[in-house]
Design a protein around this ligand. Structure first.
Ligand SMILES: Cc1cc2nc3c(=O)[nH]c(=O)nc-3n(C[C@H](O)[C@H](O)[C@H](O)COP(=O)(O)O)c2cc1C
Length: 180
C-alpha cells in the first residue's frame, strides 16, 4: 500500500505523528511518502525532527506551490492508495472546509476528492477548550482551541469524500482495514 502523508505546520501532535509514521513503516507493508506544507517543514525543523523524517522517508517532499510538487495530479492518477493529512492545522482545515485550494495539501485534498480517492484528515483542534501541547524542549504549553476552528472541523466532517479522524490511533485502524 502506498500512502501520501501530508504534514502541516502544527507543533501540536507533530512528534507523535512522526513516531507513528516510523512505527507503521516498520510494522506494515506500507510505503509512506511524506509531503510537508511550507510551514510543516518549518515546524519539523523547530521540533528538530526534519532530518530524521528525511532519513527514514527518502521520498520526503516539501511544498513549493499548490501544484509543485504535483501531488494533486499523482493522487488523481491513482499513484497512491490513500491520502492522509496528519497533523492538520486550523489553517489547513479552514481552507479545505471552505473549498480553498491554494496550498499543496489543501489543493491535493480537494482535487483527490474529485476522483474519489479516500482522504483522511486528523485536525489537531477537535474540541473547544484548553489543551496541553508539548514544546520542542519537552515543556508543556496550554493552548485554547477556538469554537470557530472546531466549527470548521464539523464542516469538514460533513463534506463528501473526507473522513475526519478523532485520534491518531485511527490511522492504524484505517491501514489495517484496507487489507494490510
Ligand atoms: C512552532 C510552531 C507551532 C505551531 N503549532 C500550531 C498548532 O499546533 N496548530 C495550528 O493550527 N497552527 C500551529 N502553528 C501555526 C501554523 O504553522 C500556521 O498557521 C501556518 O500558516 C499553517 O500553514 P499550513 O496549514 O499550510 O501548514 C504553529 C507554528 C509554529 C511556528
Amino acid at each position: 500500500m502506498k500512502v501520501a502523508w501530508g504534514i502541516t505546520g502544527s507543533g501540536d501532535k507533530i512528534a507523535e505523528t512522526v513516531g507513528l509514521m516510523e512505527r507503521l513503516k516498520e510494522e506494515y507493508e506500507i510505503e509512506i511518502v511524506p509531503y510537508a506544507s511550507k510551514e510543516g517543514e518549518v515546524v519539523l525543523k523547530f521540533y528538530r525532527i526534519l532530518k530524521r523524517v528525511k532519513e527514514v522517508f527518502p521520498g520526503y517532499k516539501v511544498e513549493r506551490s499548490a501544484n509543485a510538487p504535483f501531488l494533486a495530479s499523482k493522487l488523481q492518477l491513482g499513484k497512491f492508495d490513500l491520502f492522509l493529512i496528519a497533523p492538520a492545522t486550523a489553517n489547513t482545515v479552514a481552507k479545505i472546509a471552505h473549498g480553498i485550494a491554494d496550498t499543496l495539501l489543501t489543493n491535493a485534498a480537494l482535487q483527490a476528492i474529485k476522483t474519489r480517492l479516500p482522504v483522511y484528515i486528523y485536525p489537531v483542534d477537535q474540541e473547544v477548550g484548553d489543551v496541553t501541547t508539548i514544546l520542542p524542549n519537552g515543556r508543556e504549553m496550554r493552548i485554547h482551541v477556538r469554537k470557530e476552528d472546531v466549527k470548521n472541523v464539523e464542516t469538514l466532517r460533513e463534506m463528501d469524500g473526507i473522513t475526519v479522524l478523532k485520534s491518531l490511533d485511527e490511522v492504524e485502524e484505517i491501514i489495517r482495514g484496507r487489507g494490510i
